[in-house]
Design a protein around this ligand. Structure first.
Ligand SMILES: NC(=O)c1ccc[n+]([C@@H]2O[C@H](COP(=O)([O-])OP(=O)(O)OC[C@H]3O[C@@H](n4cnc5c(N)ncnc54)[C@H](O)[C@@H]3O)[C@@H](O)[C@H]2O)c1
Length: 277
């Protein structure tokens, strides 16, 4: 989809971080954007700021893990802007726990948002794009969907699933005029480490006030990529119909290392510490 002007995008997770930066970028490219997010006050504030500046955006509160709410998002998009050309399935959460320490309810939450949210978006919007013979889907996976650490079990599992879903979707859509991209960033300066703010209360995570947010934000700003740079990469990939969006140089080296282990039949290993342990 080389020309984005006067076309319509739907971005999930648009109230913060990567989704908000992509929304701002797409507006500059001439698109109308439905901003979808579960966090109503932030969504309201972000969309109001953009609307005041003259941007054609429309906020919609949605839990992407609920298929009926995604259908309502589709109806809202068609009623508001009369069509859809670009879908960015971007909403995502991390529970920050290892596999064997995560409860069934935590698994439901992470897989519901990160995997089913993407799947429901595809089911709702892609048939419209195929019918019109034009469109593009960007699914936000992660470097965590290409190589593993011992830190983020369910998150890794969910992001590997998004990579698999995206690859197969791309094969399914060959020749339809609908492109697919899979975004796999390493660290980006967003609120991802505060994900539990949007978890169901029944999971019993600390309330946002109990999380040392300033510390997290300071850390992210010093070591992580600016979301605006990720947004530039996303726009480029949509125009060029590029599947892989790898934002960080380190990612390919890690993927090579994983493939080397796989070819050599070596078991996964944690990185060796400086003491050689
Ligand atoms: N920040 C990073 O370092 C990084 C790296 C790789 C991948 N990612 C991925 O990028 C995507 C965007 O995250 P971010 O880093 O901008 O974090 P963020 O927390 O700043 O933004 C995520 C947005 O998703 C929304 N959201 C959460 N649950 C939702 C739900 N059930 N329904 C609808 N919206 C929901 C949040 O309210 C928030 O606005 C995620 O899929 C994340 O896994 C982030």
């Amino acid at each position: 989809m080389k020309d984005l002007t006067n076309k319509v995008a739907v971005v999930t997770g648009a109230a913060s971080g990567i989704g908000l930066a992509v929304t701002e970028r797409l507006v500059r490219e001439g698109m109308s954007v439905v901003m979808a997010d579960i966090e109503a006050p932030r969504l309201e504030a972000a969309s109001a700021r953009l609307i005041e500046a003259g941007a054609p955006v429309s906020p919609f509160v949605v839990d992407v893990a609920d298929a009926a709410q995604i259908d309502a998002l589709k109806d809202h998009t068609l009623a508001t802007f009369g069509g859809v050309h670009l879908l960015m399935n971007n909403a995502g959460v991390a529970n920050g726990r290892q596999n064997y320490k995560s409860s069934p309810a935590e698994w439901d939450w992470v897989m519901g948002v990160n995997v089913l949210g993407v799947a429901y978006g595809v089911s709702a919007f892609v048939p419209i794009m195929v019918e019109q013979g034009e469109g593009h889907v960007v699914n936000t996976a992660s470097e965590a969907g290409l190589c593993s650490t011992a830190m983020l079990g369910p998150y890794h599992a969910s992001k590997y699933a998004v990579v698999g879903l995206s690859e197969t979707l791309s094969l399914e859509l060959e020749g339809t005029g609908v492109g697919v991209s899979c975004l796999c960033p390493e660290l980006v300066a967003t609120r991802i480490f505060e994900s539990t703010r949007n978890a169901p209360a029944s999971l019993g995570y600390p309330t946002p006030g109990e999380i040392p947010v300033e510390q997290l934000e300071g850390f992210m700003k010093t070591v992580a990529m600016d979301p605006a740079d990720v947004a530039a990469d996303v726009t480029y990939a949509v125009r060029a119909n590029r599947f892989w969006i790898l934002t960080h140089q380190v990612t390919l080296a890690r993927v090579h290392q994983r493939n080397d282990n796989l070819e050599a039949g070596r078991n996964p290993r944690n990185p060796v510490s400086s003491k050689g342990v």
